[in-house]
Design a protein around this ligand. Structure first.
Ligand code: NAD
Length: 335
């Protein structure tokens, strides 16, 4: 299929160029995100290939349909940025990469926890400056602490396994509890209890109308004083303003974010020579107990290779048989 690939960086192209030898499609790479301003560039193509911050609302999808696009291939698992109803009405197939490396994301969440707890980021800078003083770097043992996991799908399950290995007690909340976690000794509880009893809370649920701002001021009020909050799922699961209030009062003792609700205009770009236009993000960056990474949890060689291969296979499946096992259906949202 003639495929226009939006939001690509050199690393995406490297892995897609390798995968295209196995699944031959004609790929045209763009740096630009897919938005109302750039959708016209899809004219003459059969498929669009997009990533997490491309914007596929009903207007954009309507235009994709008029220019003859048959498939939207997401290079990610989440599909909150796609208006599935309009895609279905326009008979455009939406395919995704449901699981590429749950380990990549779960391990990154653990990396954030260890860094926040033991202040490794601050110790690194201190030691390089000849400062071997320990005050301000005090951490706590993970062993015996309670970790709340919200969403125990592919990533949440791997995360729960790793944290069990540290000797943590794992509490979880999911609309569909799973056996693997239950066998591991994970205790499924309601959200109120998870908020009240967890020393660390890690988010691994998708962004849906139900999970939008799941972590808001009412939720934060129920949490332990000094709780550690980690989000590697989607930015808008957290109400950022409420979290800033929580950080200022000390209710939230540590915050690790790989995603941010207004990340689309900032993440994946080098803004080191410009003033960051987002005041909320800038405020977050002033806290010593906040670590932000720019949506890099998925970013391992293993994951990029799997994403590229699965994406191009998905496009082949649509081209050859007009269906794919990785199709996103409305029922995934409504269940
Ligand atoms: P998954 O579909 O395997 O698991 C999601 C889990 O969340 C499921 O068990 C589901 O039942 C549960 N869930 C759905 N609605 C819920 C709700 N209202 N409350 C609680 N639980 C709910 O997905 P996954 O592969 O584990 O990925 C989880 C999320 O991580 C993705 O949706 C995506 O947003 C995010 N993600 C982020 C990165 C990154 O680089 N930061 C990479 C991949 C995925």
């Amino acid at each position: 299929m003639k495929t226009i690939v939006y939001s690509t960086k050199p690393y995406d192209r490297e892995f897609l160029d390798a995968a295209v030898r196995q699944y031959p499609h004609e790929l045209t790479y763009l740096d630009a995100r897919l938005t109302l301003d750039t959708v016209g560039l899809a004219k003459g193509f059969d498929a669009v290939c997009v990533f997490v911050n491309d914007h596929l609302d009903s207007e954009v999808i309507g235009i994709l349909a008029t220019v003859g696009i048959r498939a939207i291939a997401l290079r990610c698992a989440g599909f909150n940025n796609v208006d599935l109803k309009t895609a279905k009405a326009c008979n455009i197939k939406v395919v995704r990469v449901p699981a590429y490396s749950p380990h990549a994301v779960a391990e990154h969440a653990v990396g954030l926890i260890l860094t926040l707890n033991r202040n490794i980021h601050r110790a690194y800078n201190r030691v390089r400056d000849g400062n071997f003083y320990l005050s301000g770097l005090l951490g706590f043992d993970l062993n015996g602490r309670s970790v709340g996991v919200i969403g125990t799908g592919q990533i949440g399950t791997v995360f729960a396994k790793i944290m069990s290995g540290f000797g943590c007690r794992i509490l979880a909340y999911d609309v569909c509890p799973n056996n693997v976690c239950q066998k591991l000794g994970v205790q499924y509880v309601d959200l109120d209890r998870l908020f009240a009893e967890s020393d660390i809370i890690s988010l691994h649920c998708p962004l849906t109308p139900d999970t939008h701002h799941l972590i808001n001021s009412a939720a934060i009020r129920q949490m332990k004083h000094g709780v550690m909050l980690v989000n590697t799922s989607r930015g808008a699961v957290i109400d950022t303003q409420a979290v800033i209030v929580g950080l200022k009062s000390g209710k939230i003792g540590y915050l690790g974010l790989d995603v941010y609700e207004e990340e689309a205009d900032v993440f994946f770009e080098d803004l080191s020579n410009v003033v960051i236009p987002d005041d909320v993000l800038s405020r977050l960056l002033t806290f010593p107990n906040v670590i932000i990474t720019g949506h890099q949890a998925f970013f391992t060689r293993d994951a990029l290779s799997c994403i590229a291969e699965t994406t191009l296979k998905n496009i082949s499946d649509i081209e050859i048989q007009d269906k794919s096992l990785n199709e996103v259906s409305l029922s995934l949202v409504i269940r």
